[in-house]
Design a protein around this ligand. Structure first.
Ligand code: HEM
Length: 456
């Protein structure tokens, strides 16, 4: 037993174990070279592991009980990790994803009004309509990059449902900014760990250009909407933010409005498009699962597209999506920073340490999932769900900062998947196990290419 282990046994909190790193660089190179392999490697040190990236101290936590503690039970021991620590991040600092304290709470209360079950059910028809239009278009192409096409589809759904906005000719500004955000978040690019954002690297220039184009688009949209005669009667999120008062008369400033739109357009389309991309990728390799899905759709939907009323009956569809998101959680990790010293299972996490809670790794832990890397929708029986420890599955985070768009996303996934796959079958043309690039979200490193054709 080492000195550290013996003092842990005595009850005093000690530094967690972790891999050796280089002076100054810490573990940055290991992470940059192979981010997914790095997660796997450090998991071998235990459930609480320290590492260092870009000169900053990190701890990765691999046990659901500790995840629950930091996200739910003791969520006031941590705050959101500010990505500015990595070379400066001006991504929507005044949007609900990054604000804290009273500002966050007032924003969240106001925004919550756009996500009631009733409203989300109202969005259902648009979700299905947009998916049908897009799928019909793909049927005439020889080969498509599924990730790009699904991203266009989910941008349009988000813009039309939440902002009542026609993206015709404008969608590119949104997908460009999403790509630039991901490129900047990609741990394989070392410059972001060490260079401040005013250094004009090519990726920084692309980011600045696309954010400016996007902000111009937002300003245009906001001023159009402000001038709308029926602003008071409209019930989309943008109109709501322009007219509604939050707690104590809270109103969004111009900057908050911009950042909120940027936040929702990014967080609300990129994540669902990735969930659909990975589901399509897995289904293209599992014809048996596809067949069972089609049987469910025939039974439940007859020959029609789904409606929100059908969703509770799409039980197998739900299992397929749950399993796909387990294997490929679009938000692959949640990040926090300790606001005071924390004793985590006998390990000391000093104030200021950044804490990583990796869905990607915990969702593939054999302590909780048999044959964890296999795609087995059948595992998701009611009994399995009940016995699984809470936070062994947490694609939408948890606690007060859990995903505000969770219901919206679940509805969208369950409506879009049958709408698209009733019209098309996909043959996979690219790598069945694509290299992954965990940036701001869990991107495939290269396009997922498929041929789309009408079902036989
Ligand atoms: C499969 C789809 C989605 C996944 C996997 C996902 C995942 C997550 C996760 C893990 C968090 C928590 C982050 C943290 O605690 O640091 C989060 C927060 C958030 N998500 Fe989602 N999300 C999805 C869809 C959506 C959609 C459709 C929207 C909007 C329409 C959305 C908007 C947000 C926002 C605004 C937050 C910040 C909430 C806050 O801090 O109060 N997400 N999401």
């Amino acid at each position: 037993m080492t000195t550290e282990e013996s003092s842990a046994a005595d009850g005093a909190a000690v530094a967690p174990p972790g891999p050796d790193g280089l002076p100054l660089l810490g573990n940055t190179l290991q992470l940059a070279r192979d981010p997914i392999g790095f997660f796997d490697r450090i998991a071998t040190y235990g459930d609480v592991v320290r590492y260092e990236v870009g000169g900053l101290p990190f701890t990765m936590v691999f046990h659901p009980e500790q995840v629950e503690r930091l996200l739910v039970t003791d969520s006031d021991l941590v705050r959101k990790f500010q990505f500015e620590a990595f070379g400066g991040n001006e991504f929507a600092p005044e949007g609900v994803l990054f604000t804290e304290g009273e500002q966050w709470s007032a924003q969240r209360t106001l925004l919550q009004n756009a996500f009631t079950l009733e409203r989300i059910e109202r969005y259902g028809e648009t979700m299905v309509g947009v998916a049908a239009e897009h799928a019909d278009r793909w049927a005439t192409s020889d080969e498509i990059a599924v990730n790009d096409r699904l991203s266009e589809l989910t941008v349009e759904i988000l813009a039309r449902t939440l902002f009542d906005l026609d993206v015709d000719g404008r969608g590119e500004a949104v997908t460009d900014v999403a790509n630039a955000i991901n490129e900047r978040g990609d741990p394989r690019s070392l410059s972001k760990f060490f260079l401040p954002s005013w250094v004009p690297t090519p990726s920084q220039r692309r980011y600045d250009r696309s954010v400016t184009a996007f902000e111009n688009l937002i300003d245009e949209v906001v001023s159009e909407r402000r001038g709308a005669d029926d602003l008071e009667e409209r019930d989309d999120l943008l109109s709501l933010l322009l007219v509604a008062d939050g707690p104590d008369g809270y109103r969004h400033s111009e900057r908050e409005l911009r950042d909120q739109l940027l936040t929702f357009l990014f967080a609300g389309h990129e994540t669902t498009s990735l969930a659909l991309t990975y589901t399509t990728l897995l289904l293209a390799q599992h014809p048996d699962v596809c067949e069972r899905l089609r049987r469910e759709w025939t039974d439940v939907l007859g020959g029609d597209d789904p409606t929100p009323a059908d969703v509770p009956n799409l039980v197998y569809t739900d299992r397929v999506l749950t399993e796909a998101v387990r294997l490929y959680p679009p938000a692959f990790a949640v990040f926090r920073t300790a606001v005071e010293d924390i004793d985590l299972d006998g390990y000391l996490i000093p104030e200021g340490t950044n804490v990583t809670l990796p869905q990607f790794r915990i969702h593939r832990d054999e302590r909780f999932y048999d044959d964890p890397t296999a795609f087995r929708p059948e595992r998701w029986t009611d009994e399995f769900g009940e016995e699984l420890p809470e936070y062994a599955y947490f694609p939408f985070g948890g606690g007060p900062r859990h995903c505000i768009g969770m219901r919206f996303a679940r509805m969208e996934l369950k409506l879009v998947l049958p709408t698209v796959l009733r019209r098309l079958e996909f043959d996979l043309l690219s790598d069945p196990e694509p290299e992954l690039a965990p940036g701001a979200t869990l991107q495939p490193a290269a396009d997922v290419r498929m041929r789309a054709r009408p079902p036989e």
